[in-house]
Design a protein around this ligand. Structure first.
Ligand code: TZP
Ligand code: MG
Length: 208
C-alpha cells in the first residue's frame, strides 16, 4: 500500500487511459483505484473489468471508488469510499471476506469514528489543496499526519497534492503510503514518475 494510483481519465492529457495506468504500474504502483464520476454503471463495470484484466498479471489490486455494484460486478479486490459517501455499516457485510476496504477521512472526528471499524486503511483527504478535487474540506497538512498517526490504529494513506517534492516529508510524518492522481496520470512519463515516487518512499521509510 505504498504508491496508490487514483485514476482520472481527464488527467491523462489525451493519452490512452489504459496505457497510462499500465506504464505507472510497470514503474511501481502498488494499488489502483478506479474512480469514475460521470460514467453510467454499465460503462463503469466494463471499464473496471478491462482494468482488472490489465492489472492481473502485475498482481496489483483493483479498488473501486464508491460503487458496491461495480465492485461486485467486476470482482474487484476492494472498495474505497468517503465517510460522507456511504456509512461503513453498509459496506462491511456486502463484500466477500478478505476484500480491501478503504475509507477517507476529512476531519479528526472521521478518524476517531473509524477506530471502531475493521478497515484496511484510512486515507487523510485532502493532505493539501489540489485542483484535482475542489469540493474538499480543510487540508490536513503535514501536522495532520502526525496527529492521525497518534490517533489511528489503521494504515495511513494521504491524498491531495502529493508529488516528488513533498512525499518524503509525508512519509516521515507518519504516512504509510501516498495516493496520487496528477503526479502519475499527468506526468510525461507515468513509468518514470512511478519509479521515482517508489524510490522516494523506500528511501524515506529506511530513514525513519
Ligand atoms: N481525494 C482527495 S484529494 C483527491 C482526491 C481524489 C485528488 C488528488 O489528486 P492529486 O492530483 O494527486 O492532487
Ligand atoms: Mg467518494
Amino acid at each position: 500500500m505504498e504508491l496508490y494510483l487514483v485514476t482520472d481519465e481527464a488527467a491523462c492529457m489525451g493519452r490512452d487511459f489504459f496505457w497510462v495506468v499500465e506504464e505507472a504500474v510497470k514503474g511501481g504502483v502498488t494499488l489502483v483505484q478506479l474512480r469514475e464520476k460521470a460514467l453510467s454503471t454499465s460503462a463503469f463495470i466494463d471499464k473496471a473489468k478491462r482494468l482488472k484484466e490489465l492489472l492481473a498479471p502485475y498482481k496489483v489490486p483493483l479498488i473501486i471508488n464508491d460503487s458496491i455494484e461495480v465492485a461486485l460486478a467486476c470482482d474487484a479486490d476492494g472498495i474505497h469510499v468517503g465517510q460522507s459517501d456511504m456509512p461503513f455499516y453498509e459496506l462491511e457485510n456486502v463484500l466477500p471476506a478478505g476484500r480491501i476496504i478503504g475509507i477517507s477521512a476529512e476531519t479528526k472526528e472521521n478518524v476517531q469514528e473509524a477506530e471502531a471499524w475493521n478497515i484496511s486503511y484510512l486515507a487523510l483527504s485532502p493532505l493539501f489543496a489540489t485542483p484535482s478535487k475542489t469540493d474538499t474540506g480543510n487540508p490536513w497538512g503535514m501536522d495532520g499526519i502526525s496527529w492521525a498517526k497518534q490517533n489511528s490504529r489503521h494504515p495511513l494513506m494521504v491524498i491531495g497534492g502529493l508529488n516528488a517534492i513533498n512525499t518524503k516529508e509525508a512519509i516521515q510524518n507518519g504516512a504509510d503510503g501516498i495516493a496520487v492522481i496528477s503526479a502519475l496520470c499527468s506526468s510525461p512519463s507515468p513509468y518514470e514518475a512511478a519509479k521515482e515516487l517508489r524510490a522516494i518512499i523506500a528511501a524515506s521509510k529506511s530513514e525513519i
